[in-house]
Design a protein around this ligand. Structure first.
Ligand code: NAI
Length: 711
């Protein structure tokens, strides 16, 4: 079937000669009504004449086609579109082609040379396209071509002004393709090569002859046809050849190490790797591009303070002067009231159903064990951030459409009540930590991480101990929003399209709620009092209607989780875990109590010392240390040395609050350190001793560990 344009109205700018003329003739021949625009000036943008456009209109009509002339400059975009509407009643296709040249070596480029080029190419394309946009949007059809140039893509001597404007048009097209997606408006960019008056001075005559404009037009016609689904593409075209371009990005290297400042030396030392295109990727959207950064962040975090460059100095806080005033800001106190209605609405929002008799205790206020789901704890904190003036915090001048929710940590200090009237912070119920990425909001100043940040923890390297699959409904996000997250991204298709999503996506915190209740059911018999804390990283979006697959690994009272979309196998929550309060059935088999571990003896001795001189140590140290002792790569025991409260205490298991510093070390290495055979600093740099939290406190270790060599 041949491609025709019957009933379509096309505007070709600069169609009085060269490439534009060729497009206009080709569209006219295939049934389109054509607006032939040309200012009729010289190649430098001077002069004006109606002759060029008139001649092309005559040519089209002579062949039985429909055409009308327009002599306005593309800078008056509205007028061009008005001609289309007045004559043919609509506008379907815009080919931004008009162009001039004012080549100069850069040093000699005048303001006028720069401005004229930008006005015709970049601003002109903007003015014309904007005038057509709403018509295309309303009729849910539009095709737009931007004419870029190899000079823009690769640079070309003497064309700084032209290169800049031409690549500006590509940037414009990239965004129009995203914003137009939902309305069937496609926008593509071509970088043509053809003999014309613009190129006759730079190319030899016989080459010009073989680079005919008619070898470019067929690509433009195809891209503008309703059958063509291409959008956001960039094509080089000439001499009958067509190729597509895309961005390629090296795998790159993270040159920042946990708890250390980032240095230019580290950049220098990794330069070859940064620039190595082996296994390069081809990110195609801001979202894809950002994932790499998110991964890099997680790498730095999960490396637990292992420095790849032991000579780099340990963390020093960046100069206070450059730090954004938003750091450390306290939001005003807010009040959040809720009743059983909100608890039930939330439970429905995260997929609970009366189909499952177990769920009734969260859905029916008359149930004898009626409870609020623990993850409801994120809701008041979100309300506090949104209503509490986060947007107006000093120094937080961020674009809220560019905010991506990266991670969430929630810890409950007591089970959530099922209704609360007012709260003024008298009793601490829960703690929330939100990690968000703001695209394009760099240059913040200060450190890029925080000691306060709860880090994600990768799951053990074995098949999951349990897997639960649960489907979300088509209306899951519509229901979840009612709990207080009103972001239109989750319901409004055009808003979602602006964010680069095909359809509205599920709230990350909704998947979070699903995963948490899967754990609660699997490992805590749906008992909310067993829930202590949850941490997740949001990796990819879920579409309402997809199924969530929660994979769980039990390690003592910590349940590691990973959540996937079942249909696509894409990981959506990673590095996640739920900490439960101990219960009779908590598996002691994984935590060898005493026996197997040499470190048990040392901790016993530390316990005795604390009994003797605890209050003295509390004065000196004033910190809570958490120890995770591993054996054969698995967590084998956990100890808390509390030298902060009272007369100090040692107990087995994690700290009920937040430890100031957490050490992870194997039983063997712990003994080496204690016996003075392994210097703690060396152990740290060798990756044998991992430290989370306030690393500076490790200096106080000596006070606690010394004199144990005799053990
Ligand atoms: P051309 O000079 O034959 O055609 C450009 C047309 O645009 C002219 O008829 C001119 O009167 C018209 N025009 C200039 N300013 C205008 C304005 N303000 N309003 C309305 N019309 C105006 O040049 P050619 O080669 O056909 O170029 C077409 C497009 O392709 C241009 O945007 C050019 O930069 C681009 N291009 C061409 C290449 C080639 O090899 N010919 C290489 C790369 C890009």
């Amino acid at each position: 079937m041949s491609l025709t344009f019957e009933g379509k109205v096309v505007l070709v700018t600069g169609a009085g000669g060269g490439l534009g003329r060729e497009y206009a003739l080709a569209f006219g021949e295939r049934g389109a009504s054509v607006v032939v625009n040309d200012l009729g000036g010289d190649i430098k943008g001077g002069g004006k004449s109606s002759a060029a456009a008139d001649k092309v209109v005559e040519e089209i009509r002579a062949k039985g086609g429909k055409a009308v002339a327009n002599y306005d400059s593309v800078e008056d975009g509205e007028k061009l579109i008005q001609t289309a509407l007045d004559t043919f009643g609509r506008i379907d296709i815009v080919v931004n082609n008009a162009g001039i040249l004012r080549d100069r070596s850069f040093a000699r480029t005048s303001d006028l040379d720069w401005d004229l080029i930008h006005r015709v190419h970049l601003r002109g394309s903007f003015m014309v396209t904007r005038a057509a946009w709403n018509h295309m949007k309303n009729q849910k059809f539009g095709r737009i071509i931007m004419t870029s140039s190899a000079a823009g893509i690769y640079g070309n001597f003497g064309q700084a002004n032209y290169s800049a404007a031409k690549l500006g048009m590509l940037g414009l097209a990239n965004t129009l393709a995203i914003e137009g997606q939902k309305y069937n408006i496609h926008c593509n960019t071509i970088a043509p090569t053809a003999g014309s008056r613009l190129t006759q001075t730079v190319m030899p005559p016989d080459l010009l002859e073989s680079l005919k404009a008619e070898y470019v037009a067929p690509l433009v016609l195809w891209l503008c046809h309703e059958q063509c689904q291409e959008s956001g593409g960039l094509f080089e075209v000439g001499a009958g050849w067509i190729g597509k371009l895309r961005w390629e990005r090296s795998r790159g290297r993270t040159v920042r190490y946990k708890n250390q400042s980032m240095t230019p030396e580290a950049v220098r030392d990794q330069w070859d790797n940064i620039c190595d295109f082996t296994d390069a990727t081809k990110p195609a959207s801001v979202q894809e591009s950002l994932h790499t950064l998110v991964d890099a962040l997680s790498k730095v975090d999960s490396e637990g303070g292992v420095a790849a460059n032991p000579t780099a100095s340990a963390a020093t806080a960046s100069s206070a002067s450059g730090i954004n005033p938003a750091v450390g800001q306290k939001l005003p106190e807010t009040t959040f009231s809720f009743s059983h209605t909100q608890c039930i609405l939330y439970a429905l929002g995260v997929g609970m159903s009366t189909k499952d008799p177990d769920h009734l205790r969260f859905l029916y206020e008359g149930h004898e064990d009626f409870s609020c789901l623990p993850t409801f704890g994120v809701i008041p904190s979100q309300a506090a951030m949104m209503d509490g003036g986060l947007a107006s915090a000093p120094g937080l001048n961020i674009d809220f459409t560019q905010v991506l929710h990266g991670e969430q940590y929630l810890e409950l200090y007591k089970p959530l009540p099922t209704s609360v009237n007012t709260y003024s912070g008298e009793e601490l119920v829960c703690y929330n930590q939100w990690s968000v990425f703001v695209v394009g909001a760099g240059g913040f100043g200060g450190k890029r991480t925080s000691e306060k940040a709860k880090t994600i923890v990768p799951p053990p390297k074995r098949a999951p101990d349990a897997v639960v699959i649960d489907s979300t409904t088509r209306d899951q996000a519509a229901l979840y929003r009612l709990s207080g997250d009103w972001n239109p991204l989750h319901i409004d298709p055009s808003f979602a399209a602006m964010g680069g999503f095909k359809a509205p996506i599920l709230h990350g915190l909704c998947s979070f709620g699903f995963a948490a209740r899967h754990v609660l059911k699997q490992y805590a018999n749906n008992d909310p009092t067993r829930f202590k804390a949850i941490k997740v990283r949001f990796v990819k979006p879920v579409l309402p209607g997809q199924s969530l697959q929660t994979e769980m690994w039990k390690e003592g009272n910590r349940i590691h989780i990973q959540c996937k979309v079942k249909e696509t196998d894409a990981v959506v929550l990673s590095g996640a875990y739920v900490d439960l309060h101990g219960a009779p059935e908590a598996s002691p088999e994984k935590l060898p109590q005493g026996g197997g571990l040499q470190s048990e003896l040392v901790f016993a001795e530390i316990g005795r010392r604390i009994k003797d001189v605890g209050s003295e140590l509390v004065k000196k140290v004033n910190a809570v240390f958490n120890w995770e002792i591993t054996k054969d790569g698995k967590n084998a025991a956990e100890w808390t040395i509390d030298l902060k409260s009272g007369a100090g205490a040692l107990h087995k298991g994690p700290y009920s609050g937040k430890a100031d510093v957490t050490f992870t070390v194997s039983d063997e290495d712990f003994m080496e350190v204690v016996q003075g055979k392994l210097n703690p600093q060396k152990a740290f740099f060798a990756g044998k001793l991992k430290v989370r939290g306030n690393i500076m406190l490790s200096q106080k270790l000596e006070v606690i560990l010394k004199d144990h060599a005799k053990l």
